[in-house]
Design a protein around this ligand. Sequence first.
Ligand code: SAH
Length: 431
Amino acid sequence: MRKNEIYEVLCLNVTNQGYGVVRIDGQVVFVPGLLKEEKARIKIVKVLKKYAFGKIEELQIVSKDRVEPKCPKASQCGGCCFQHLAYTKQLDIKTEYVRQLFIRNHLDCTIKDTLGMQDPFYYRNKAQFPIQVINDTVYMGFYRPHSNSIVDCDSCVIQSKEINEVYQFIKANMNVKSAKTLRHVLIRSNVQGQVQIVFIGKENHVDALVKKITESFKNVVSILFNKNDREDNVILGDSYRVLYGLESMHQTCMSQKIQLHFKSFFQVNSKQMEVLYLQAIHLANLSKEDRVIDLYSGVGTIGCVIAPYVKKVTGVEIVPEAVENAKKNAQLNQLSNIDFVCEDASIFVQKYKEETDVVFVDPPRKGLSEAGICHITGLHPKRVVYISCNPNTLVRDVKLFEETGYHCKVVQPVDMFCHTNGLECVCLLEK
Ligand code: SAH
């Protein structure tokens, strides 16, 4: 097989990344955007040792599950790899992916159907728009898949309406001089419709723009400049200056008030976050006698939500700004049975000696370390509720828990990232 060759193919399956899978002379070829049972003429665009990539030239038989993407840039932008597929079928792909992963790893647990959204659009409360200037033209939008070039976008159908409105205003009013010193604009919104804006770059030339924004939008409550002159792809730098309002904004989760510093983590889908945490609480089967640890606690969202149902919660988080927020959030919600510790979670569990009934873990994509799992099980909790945004590291970690006497009974996937390849799961491990 060679680059630029044309083939007529039948699509056998779709991966969790939205790639159609076809076979040509026994070799697997991945074709982004092609759906199961579709026939197409494809062009080979890249040949690797074990597989190749193709591009759709012409669809010959179209799947009944194919829908018109809501976003005109969906096929160019790296954000949504599933907008062309009916939403319920997206959920099926996500469930099946997790099921196969657990089966392949010989883990015998029930994988429930993925819980999706009624209306899977305009759901995100956080967007990071990259900015580039090429030949004195400003480009803003999202990165192309596996690339640093920007697909210029005027709106995004998975971001909240408020983020879209503010983004469009910023894009329309961004001059070349300001844009040249910026790398990203981060915009967050909350369910009350308030907005926070963080301009990220080498130098601050946005004062005039900030004035225009505050004159035009009553719902913008916080604007910051974050200095980042790093050469790598880390988005936020360390130092920052508040240009308007405060450096934090408010979010809500199941009627708890959450103060959120712009550097702190918060789930990007506020509605599905509540679905996810309700599942987590249900699985944890909490009682008033339970002493709970909330590892990777962020701004304390899970801890604050469960505190009223248990005896005591200890949250552990490594980002100091998030811990500050978490302590404040306990006060805001008048919770007296919750503490927060600023420490690496695995170091904390290694030293911790108190009786523990339930452990919640909600780590970043890379999951837990082997030592961390060992120290968690060393506390002998009755139940561990594992919330994961990466099914691959979840499976790896569940296997380790199983080796130390904890059994994974049930995994509940929740679609927090509709139309994209992201997937959140919550699972229960019982002693
Ligand atoms: N449970 C929280 C946050 C989950 S995101 C919520 O529901 O909002 C994961 C969190 O882990 C982030 O806040 C991140 O700052 C934190 N984190 C990353 N590495 C860590 C470590 N080694 N020890 C403790 N916290 C860590």
